[in-house]
Design a protein around this ligand. Structure first.
Ligand code: SF4
Length: 437
């Protein structure tokens, strides 16, 4: 048994209430995945990675020796194998140097760790709408890609963030660097998507698809103005246009800054049902270090106040702030001890969940073009991620909170959320009915 497999097996043994699938998923998300030439050849016939907002890769595109970024699938589906895995969907984060490798023989793909086969792998089918183009010639994959095995339409309508440079950008975020590298690589990558092209792409999806159930509207922060509009004016107009054309067809979600109450109300008025004012990291000092732009323009206390205000507008279950799981252990300023990091993040979970708000997380991908990624190429320890899953699950259960809406079915073998395992580890329970606007 190789070293990585030994470490992972020990962690699985130490945490018997966390499914082994979720432990492997977290390790894949923090480490990335390599593809053999045969697996890449097979994967190229399936739904490709769209680079829906960030790079979510462990190496820059320029260092992809096999041009993996053009051929790799958006996600993988782990199942079966010697470990008897139940279906588990994982976002593909490329790393040609990873101990995890997808290989293929006779048209069947499987996952290896340190060369040992673990489970079988399926790739996502190409949806009908990915074969269509808009009148402008742009492809639907660029304007309205889907993730979570087709459940979520991901609309990054502004691919740049106005928090710019070292002193403002969130230190884990490569939105601006990723935009630059994609343009350099020649990928069609619209900086600001028009409402018309969004509606045209959604019309194609509406006409051809029954798998998608939600859309996310998002993009970089707007600290001054974009096209003469403030952040709320800019993003709300997309929601309003989508809901006017396709009333209630999908659950509308907005990932944007924590805005003052009157402005957050404008999102609600536009038809947004779920609001994600992401707080990224709980610890006050780490927030200052990791999110300097947010700290300067809004401030942590005000950010938190606005999350609570938003709960009065949307209802607490429909405010789901994201944190980037693992950045609290980024060096040189983060926690060095897993339990201390979990205590801090657990305090944040307690704060929000006791008020009916369930934060969720995205497992940190230490992208190499970010400040934190350069300093911490190994990311956070796997033990941290597994402890966080336990803590999130137990706190969520203790407060008797409903399954977060807008993520599909919970539970191992059913969840589709692909950038963290929080939906895989909660016990199946009905998703609350999302109220119509
Ligand atoms: S606000 Fe931070 S996380 Fe969001 S896009 Fe800008 S730099 Fe990235």
């Amino acid at each position: 048994m190789g070293e990585r497999l030994r470490q992972v097996s020990a962690i699985i043994e130490r945490h018997p209430t966390i499914p082994a699938e979720a432990v492997i998923k977290e390790d894949l998300l923090r480490t990335g995945l390599a593809f053999s030439p045969a697996a890449l050849q097979l994967a190229a016939q399936f739904k490709a990675k769209a680079y829906f907002i960030f790079s979510f890769d462990l190496v820059p595109l320029a260092e992809m020796g096999q041009q993996e970024h053009w051929k790799a699938p958006e996600e993988i589906w782990m199942e079966g194998g010697d470990w008897g895995f139940r279906r588990t969907i994982v976002s593909v984060r490329l790393n040609p140097h990873s101990p995890y490798q997808v290989d293929a023989v006779d048209g069947r793909a499987f996952l290896r760790v340190d060369g040992t086969p673990i489970c079988e792998i399926r790739f996502p089918p190409v949806p009908e709408y990915y074969n269509r183009t808009l009148a402008s010639g742009k492809r639907v994959i660029e304007i309205a890609p889907t993730i979570e095995w087709g459940y979520l339409i991901y609309l990054t309508v502004f691919r740049i963030c106005q928090y710019f440079g070292d002193k403002e950008e969130c230190q884990f975020c490569d939105i601006n660097e990723n935009y630059r590298q994609q343009i350099k690589e020649g990928r069609p990558y619209t900086g600001v998507k028009s409402i018309e092209e969004i509606l045209e792409a959604l019309q194609i999806i509406a006409d051809t698809d029954s798998v998608s159930h939600a859309y996310t509207l998002t993009g970089g922060s707007i600290t001054s103005k974009l096209k003469n509009q403030t952040e709320v004016e800019f993003y709300a107009q997309y929601a309003a246009a989508i809901e006017a054309r396709f009333p209630g067809r999908w659950i509308g979600k907005m990932v944007a800054q924590a805005l003052p109450k009157a402005e957050a109300q404008l999102y609600k008025n536009a038809g947004v049902r779920i609001y994600h004012p992401n707080y990224e990291v709980w610890d006050a000092d780490l927030f200052e270090w990791i999110c300097p732009g947010k700290a300067r323009y809004v401030g942590r206390d005000e950010w938190i106040r606005r999350i609570l205000d938003a709960a009065e507008i949307f209802g607490p279950s429909y405010v789901i702030p994201n944190m980037v799981a693992g950045i609290e252990m980024a060096q040189p300023n983060g926690f060095t001890d897993v339990e201390a990091a979990i205590r801090s993040t657990g305090e944040g979970l307690e704060f929000f969940m006791s008020r009916g708000i369930s934060p969720r997380f995205t497992t940190w991908c230490p992208e190499p073009l970010t400040k934190l990624g350069k300093l911490n190429p190994q990311g956070a320890p796997l033990e941290y991620h597994v402890r966080l899953l336990e803590t999130w699950r137990d706190t969520h259960a203790r407060f008797g909170l409903p399954t977060p809406p807008g993520y599909g079915e919970p539970g191992i073998g059913k969840a589709v959320f692909s950038v963290s395992s929080f939906m895989d580890v909660i016990a199946p329970q009905p998703e609350p009915v999302v109220p119509a606007v």
